[in-house]
Design a binder for this molecule. Sequence first.
Ligand code: DX5
Ligand code: ZN
Length: 215
Amino acid sequence: MAKLSPSILSADFANLQRDVELVLDAGADMIHIDVMDGHFVPNISIGVPVVKSLRKVTDAFFDVHLMISQPEKYLDAFIKAGADLVNIHLEAEGAKGAMLRHIRAAGRKAALTIKPATAPEEVFPYLDMCDMVLVMSVEPGFGGQSFMEGSIPKLRKLRREIDRRGLSCLLEIDGGINLQNAPSVIKAGCDILVAGSSVYAADDPAAAVRAFKAL
Ligand code: DX5
Ligand code: ZN
């Protein structure tokens, strides 16, 4: 069964605790937290203080997606704030291997993310340093965009390489995921689905979580 990581980017920021508890009570496996710096992506979202505040109100696993140009500068701050998994973009600045090792040395899960234009093979040299790889199925920066079909063959290639090498690295997808396209990404080998608007913009977000979990 695929895991579900609802993205709070589409939640009500004035009621974050309520919206986080709502999806967890409905069966969400973790919480996806989108951090944007207005430089790596053309949008600004939330940062360290929000992770720290949410950490005080839940024990849930925090899947922190850093869409920032210089992740190295902020790794320790997010780790200290309570990130369980720190996700850095392959296209960001800095030495990715050293950052992944640093995150693991701090006792947290380490992940690499690729944008739609980045080939999955570019992640292969880092696979044994990753607990998870995230394939973006929209251009990062905004919720509510349409799923890009080109991400399906990318998932398949990564799945094949992870299995061929006998690694335990998980695969996650993020962007435009809904109940209609979720079965095809799961079939392509995806382990974790990020869903923002299809959960929080649904008439009944708890029912949406349960529907994803029933797939
Ligand atoms: C986009 C973010 C996503 C976003 C997904 O840059 O990384 O996590 O919240 O939103 P939906 O599911 O609406 O595409
Ligand atoms: Zn994200």
